[in-house]
Design a protein around this ligand. Structure first.
Ligand SMILES: Cc1cc2nc3c(=O)[nH]c(=O)nc-3n(C[C@H](O)[C@H](O)[C@H](O)COP(=O)(O)OP(=O)(O)OC[C@H]3O[C@@H](n4cnc5c(N)ncnc54)[C@H](O)[C@@H]3O)c2cc1C
Length: 213
């Protein structure tokens, strides 16, 4: 990586990685900093892609259990294997984030891992997870850091019945069991409630996860 760059992009989500690749294609020397190890930001790691991968699997389950019979296709013993569903989702995410890493290498965008802060014009300080610090110098800095969820006052996200945006990542499903009742925050609402509907329609909810009155 050059000692002084044309452009440092902070954030490797859809906003940042597309800009970084395009700038490199137009001839600039570019580095893209992200505090996540995997590129792709919210969209690829915890948002659009994992939620749609899970929706697709849920749709297959719902179709096998509820819709194929009317087409004259009989399927007996349809069961949900949530661990396998989550593993497939993780592979989809992994393949796509690696695809962006490949595009970075192909277009000579340097991927720098760490939390970035603009120190002064043209200087970006990066703190890596292992404690290492470095400063990147650049003619231009592009901030593409996305957004954070703002919790509602007095409504703590306790991550069981009230999942966070990390639900698709698997934080709620560590026990490979979906909660019986959920309330939803941020962009996850529509897709996760559709998914839950497809998985749990006519399915008894495990008693340990039934909503408390
Ligand atoms: C569950 C869910 C489902 C969604 N589904 C869809 C969908 O179907 N369709 C759709 O269009 N949108 C969807 N979205 C929204 C979509 O994910 C966002 O609009 C998109 O990711 C925004 O891209 P971005 O690059 O601006 O930010 P992000 O994707 O959030 O990327 C920002 C990146 O910046 C990094 N970063 C932040 N601060 C720093 C720092 N100081 N130093 C280094 N790195 C930093 C973060 O680690 C992150 O990787 C969904 C979101 C969620 C949560």
């Amino acid at each position: 990586m050059a000692a002084s760059l044309d452009l440092v992009v902070i954030g490797g989500g859809p906003g940042g990685y597309v800009a970084a690749i395009r700038a490199a294609q137009l001839g600039l020397s570019v580095a893209c900093v992200d505090k996540r190890a995997a590129l792709g930001g919210t969209c690829l790691n915890i948002g659009c892609i994992p939620s749609k991968a899970l929706l697709r699997s849920s749709e297959k389950f719902a179709e096998a259990r509820h819709a194929l019979a009317q087409h004259g296709v009989k399927v007996a013993g349809v069961e949900l294997d949530l661990a396998a569903m989550m593993a497939r989702k993780s592979k989809v995410v992994d393949d796509l984030t690696k695809g962006i890493a490949f595009l970075f290498r192909k277009n000579k965008v340097a991927h720098v891992e760490g939390a970035a802060a603009v120190e002064k014009p043209g200087a970006v300080r990066v703190a890596a997870a292992n404690g290492e610090r470095r400063t990147l110098e650049a003619k231009h800095v592009l901030i593409a850091t996305g957004s954070e969820v703002m919790p509602l006052p007095g409504v703590p996200i306790e991550r069981r019945r009230l999942p966070s945006r990390n639900t698709c990542k698997g934080e709620t499903q560590k026990s490979t069991r979906l909660p019986g009742a959920m309330r939803f925050t941020d962009g996850i609402a529509a897709s996760m409630s559709n998914q839950r509907h497809m998985l749990f329609r006519n399915t008894p909810v495990p008693s340990a996860t039934r909503p408390q009155p």
